[in-house]
Each structure stands twice: as C-alpha cells, then as structure tokens.
Write a protein that binds this ligand. Sequence first.
Ligand SMILES: Cc1cc2nc3c(=O)[nH]c(=O)nc-3n(C[C@H](O)[C@H](O)[C@H](O)COP(=O)(O)OP(=O)(O)OC[C@H]3O[C@@H](n4cnc5c(N)ncnc54)[C@H](O)[C@@H]3O)c2cc1C
Length: 385
Amino acid sequence: MNQADSIVIIGGGPVGAVLALSLQQKGVPFTLLEARAKGASHSDTRALALSHGSRLILEKLNIWSEIEAQATAIKTIHISQRGGFGRTKLQAAEHQLPALGYVLPYGVLTKALDSRLDLNHVLYEAVATEVRHESTEAEVFFKQADSEVCINSPLAVIADGGRSLDNIPNIERETKDYGHDALVSKVKTELPHANIAYERFTPTGPMALLPNGERDFSLVWTGEKAKIDTLMALSDADFLNALHTAFGDRVGQFLSIQKRNRFPLKLSTLKASVTPHLAIIGNAAQTMHPVAGQGFNVGLRDAETLAKLLIHAPKAQWGSEPMLQEYQKLRARDAKGSLKFTDSLLEIFSNDLIGVSGARGFGLGALSLLRPAREFLVGKMSYGK
Ligand SMILES: Cc1cc2nc3c(=O)[nH]c(=O)nc-3n(C[C@H](O)[C@H](O)[C@H](O)COP(=O)(O)OP(=O)(O)OC[C@H]3O[C@@H](n4cnc5c(N)ncnc54)[C@H](O)[C@@H]3O)c2cc1C
C-alpha cells in the first residue's frame, strides 16, 4: 500500500485524533490507524485535566463548543498539605482567565473528535506492529482482520500512548519508575464542589479532588503500590472513611464512590522524539506524574505544533530532517520544562524528612503572598508557559 502523499498516524487517542483533525481541516492527506474498534473509547470515563491552553486548541478545531457543556470548569485550585501549616489558593479571576482548567471525561473528547474525522482516512481495529524509518520514507506494518499490510509514507507519527511500539532504532527512552500507583475514581460529597479543585500533599504522596459534573469529584490518590493495594482492598465504607481522614473536612462527608481503578506512575521521556520520517508525540513521547496535570496538555501541544509545521511545509519536506529538527526545537523546551516542573513539585512536596514539612508550609504561605510566584504556577498550569 503506497501512501506516498499521506502522513500515517498510529493511534487515534486524543493526541493522534487532534493531529488528524488539524491536518484534515487544512487538506493535508493522512491515514489514521487505531487499534480499538470504532467507538470503543467513547465509554472511557477517565477524567482528563485540560488546561486553558488546551481549550484554545480545541476551540480552533471547532470542537470546544460541542463538549463545553460536559466539561467542568476549575475556577480555584486549593493547595494544602497534611500534617503541616500553610495553604494557598490560585484563582482564575485573579489571573483574568475564565477558568484555570477543565475536567473532561476521556470518552466525551474522543467521541467529539471521532465524529469529525473523515472515515475514508481512518482504519479501526488496525494494529501497528512495526515501524521502520528508511532514508527516503517510513514503512508502517499493521494487522487488520486477517491481513498484514505495510504502508509507505513520508512521515509516520507514533501517538500510541507509549504502550505498544518500542525498540525503534535511533530512539532512546529514559524511564523512571516512581514505585507509586494512582488510584482513580469518582466520589460524591456532602458539600458541592463550587468549581474548586483540591490538591493535597500528604507524607505518602499527593492526592487530588477535581470537580467533575454537577455534584461529583474525580479522585486521584497516589501512593506506594502497597498502600494502593490496601486502599483498593477496603470496602467502600472503609475507603470513604480513610479518604476523609486523609483529606479533612473541606468538602464535608464523602457519601459514595464508584469503581476504583489504578495505574502505575512513571516518568518516561525520549532523548529525541524525531528521526527522519518518524515523529513520536503525546504520551508516547513523554509520560509524567499526574500531580501537576501537565502530561495530556503537553501531548495536545505536540499535536498542534506538528500539524502547523506540516500544514505550512511543502509536501517534499514532510518528514525531512530539517522539518523534524524544527519540530524538536519547538517542542523540547515545553516537554522537558513540564517534566522538570512536575518532578520538582514532587520533590518539594513528597519529601517527608523532619522539618521539610514546616518549610513546605512556609512555601505555601509565601506562595499566597507572592503574586509573581502564583503567576508562574498559573501560567505553567494554564498554558504550559
Ligand atoms: C490506565 C490509565 C489511566 C489514566 N488515567 C488518567 C486520569 O485519570 N487523568 C488524566 O488526566 N490522565 C490519565 N491518564 C493519562 C492520559 O490518559 C494520557 O495523558 C492521555 O490519554 C494521552 O493521550 P494520547 O492520545 O497520547 O494516548 P492514549 O490516550 O493512550 O491513546 C493512544 C491510542 O493509540 C491506540 N494504539 C495503541 N497502540 C496502537 C497500535 N499498535 N496500533 C494502533 N493504535 C494503537 C490506543 O488504542 C489508543 O486509542 C491515564 C493513563 C492510563 C494509561
């Protein structure tokens, strides 16, 4: 199968689909390979934390108006620590923003994106098995039904979430296992959320409650795997009590909880995310701890930047070394900066040495007084700047 003129995108999650839609809207030919069946991701309720900058990307694609009603605005972020003094609040109004970010179910976003994609260019249940980058093109091998196919393309883009294609020549991955898992679920609380997201640092790991829907919060509780094992094994009633003990009274009693899920937390990054005729974007290029809500938003910015370069470059340059080096240059600072920002937050707040919690409390107190420091945090969380 020769797609000499067509960009091949592997993975139709939100990042791959945003790239595909951006290209489609400007008439750049593409083929999107998605391993799952059509619509399979639409029931995925995982709560994505979208920054204000990601909203702007979705607005440009005319997607935002369709999903806005199902997105819950975060107007205040309340940051506190357990067993220490100091807390701070970041407020959208203080920074002239309609919201600091939004919480949106994964399936709502993928459904809206999928409904806009031209099905002539999307292959569902098509599992890429190997990508080779040659001197003049990329070769993408995939399986669909009983057939095995190879397509040639000037540029293959891997947006598979980092879970299937690895061991690609010239692509070096660095990983750090935090040894922690995230437990995620949805909880109902006695008090309404009032569009406040709570980020709480505890000696065993950060936890967050994100407003999601009219009365619910999405819970993200991170900790060592053994601790998460214990939390997963508790009855709902015991879990809600443990949550109340860890979280305090800010939202009143925790009334009920949906099914609990968990996923491992790791930092994964690539030395270079491009090589001629191949680019790697989204979670496949960088996976980070969810504490600062950066990972997904960095991925959307990858897709936006790559789309802009492809739209403005002559066809002959798609996948060329200069074009991909330009992409790498544009993205490196944001991707590495977001990883560093996330890691520093963890280091500052997860260090449980005697005395550090006092310093941390002082830090949070100072943060509430220092406008430039708050502006830095809001800029990073809202736009990735
Ligand atoms: C289990 C889990 C739970 C998470 N929960 C949260 C959360 O609660 N909140 C949050 O903000 N973030 C969460 N994240 C992170 C968040 O999901 C990612 O930041 C986001 O989905 C990244 O988007 P993406 O498009 O890069 O990758 P993905 O969303 O992973 O999409 C990758 C797509 O590629 C497809 N694919 C994979 N391999 C192939 C292949 N070989 N051929 C073709 N297609 C392929 C997959 O089917 C998928 O559709 C979670 C991640 C995981 C793994």
